[in-house]
Write a protein that binds this ligand. Structure first.
Ligand SMILES: [Zn+2]
Length: 200
């Protein structure tokens, strides 16, 4: 194994090649922070849908209907599971040429006017989806979603003392999940195309 070369983010940059033998490690440092990089990650609830209609409210009538006030599925119409992760979210559409661009907060498309305030780009570690082909071969009936979690002054998730659940602050629909390949064609991280929804 060659620790000192082969990382696309490190081409032409000998220091980066030594500091980041692996793009997975580089993205980990961007999300969780390191000596050189303030952490860009925040607590995120990932809501992943199953291709199973909500047993409480879904009806085949009229081509399929659901109850927007259903207490079981929250009006989604499908069953889902949720997990809490740390991801980096940035306003705007960010084509990433290399992960280091993230640290600058500058997005190449913004100079062309593509700065819709509802569009966000998310970055999550390669471990988030080991079965990512469910996205590259889209067959799910509905998109997964993300919730931003309210944080305190030092960035920790705020929990509702009555329910014990994290407090949800904003909601996005995941429009795209792109596995970004790096060293030896392994998936190094995922880039998420996001659009804001109202919080429910
Ligand atoms: Zn339901």
């Amino acid at each position: 194994m060659d620790f000192y070369g082969g990382a696309p983010g490190a081409y032409g940059d000998e220091f980066a090649a030594v500091a980041y033998p692996n793009i997975r490690q580089q993205m980990h440092d961007i999300i969780f922070g390191s000596l050189d990089i303030p952490a860009q990650g925040q607590p995120i609830i990932l809501r992943e849908f199953h291709d199973v209609f909500c047993p409480a409210c879904w009806s085949p009538d009229q081509g399929g209907s659901k109850d927007l006030n259903c207490v079981y599925c929250g009006g989604e119409g499908y069953e889902f599971t949720e997990r809490m992760l740390t991801m980096a979210l940035f306003a705007g559409v960010a084509p990433v040429y290399k992960p280091a661009i993230l640290g600058t907060g500058q997005y190449p498309l913004s100079q062309y006017g593509d700065n819709d305030p509802n569009r966000y780009t998310g970055f999550t570690e390669w471990t988030t989806w080991l079965d990512y082909d469910r996205f590259t071969l889209p067959k799910n009936k509905t998109s997964d979603k993300l919730y931003q979690v309210k944080v305190d002054g030092v960035g920790r998730a705020v929990y509702n003392s009555t329910t014990g659940q994290p407090v949800r602050a904003a909601k996005w629909k995941i429009l795209s999940v792109t596995p970004i390949r790096g060293d030896n064609a392994q998936v190094s991280y995922f880039e998420l195309g996001l659009i804001k929804e109202s919080v429910s």
